[in-house]
Design a protein around this ligand. Sequence first.
Ligand SMILES: Cc1ncc(COP(=O)(O)O)c(C=O)c1O
Length: 391
Amino acid sequence: MPEHHHDISYILNHLGEDHASYFNAVAPPIIQTSNFCFDTVAEMRTALQDEMGGYLYSRGLNPTVDILRKKLAALDGAEDALVFNNGAAAVFSGIMANVKSGDHILSVHHPYTWTSHLFDKILSRFGITVTYADGTDTEGFISQIKENTRLIYLESPNSWWLDIQDLEAIGKVARQKGIVTMIDNTFCSPLYQRPIDYGIDIVMQTATKYISGHSDTLGGVLTGSHAMMRKIFLSEYLCAGNGIQPFNAWLLLRGLRTLPSRLERITRTTQAVLAYLKSEPAVESILFPLDPSFPQYQLAQKQMKGACGLISFYIKAASAEKIEGFCNELKAFRMAVSWGGHESLVIPKCVSIPHNEFNPNDPNHRLIRLYLGLEDAEFLIADLSNAFKGI
Ligand SMILES: Cc1ncc(COP(=O)(O)O)c(C=O)c1O
């Protein structure tokens, strides 16, 4: 079999798997062990000298997790990958490994909730400052770089407004200045965007979403150079003990097999639902990076190979009650956080706005985010259409 490490079918179905070493089983084994033993003192000494060099203890390397690491690194076009217990753990470790007291971080505005908590509530206690800037204005964003900026944090597309950053332009300036760049690439998954190709250093995704695809496990991924992954592994990964467990890694391997088919289907569903929403009088406008109406459509086409699943729209509604009524009426769409699984979801921005502060003139109060799962498009559209009747 040809070994094309860039061929997605090869990566998902073959790379990293060594069937002969586990009874020719097609599915990889779950090596559910905490510990690994040695025959000689010399072997144990070697293992202790470099914990990234072999199996010693499952807080570090584990063979099931290693199969997953190889596949995830190859999907991103990266040298190496680390897999964490969830996305927040991956964010935490990637950032902590690259900053120290006195440093400055430049972040895109509105990163994921627990990413901004890390910036505002934890790092601030250690003398690390953060500037949030609008990533849709590349010049303005870059102009916020300071003498002590050590890390640039991106999230493209962002998961509510779906706005994007110019990865190539920002990556280039950061390289010139020796600043580490990190991106939350969860919206696209490696199949629809490969930030390393544009000069980004560390790519993060929560595997809880598309990699798992079944809403039955959490996981988080960092990919990047061998040197960067080694630095994170030998410090934050081993120290925080936030690596993924073998069984959860196995669930993610299982999810990876169907990743392309799931994204293809969700992409088709997304196009059908977008067309429907545009025809719906109660919809003011939609937000979706690969829709021609999107302000950054050209940039999205340049750096993203696809987009699907998450779409946001502004609903025409005079009160929070109307919006709540619409969401409560949906039956095919479940009301929940997260996304990336088989089940379609809805979440209105007004869920976190007290009723007496709701302002119908502020479009952001009327923003609704949908996640489209694996159901038939017609099934979802019928549900939306029924709920819109109450508006
Ligand atoms: C964009 C984004 N980044 C990071 C995370 C955190 O991932 P996890 O929930 O796996 O910790 C989430 C979770 O919702 C997310 O949506």
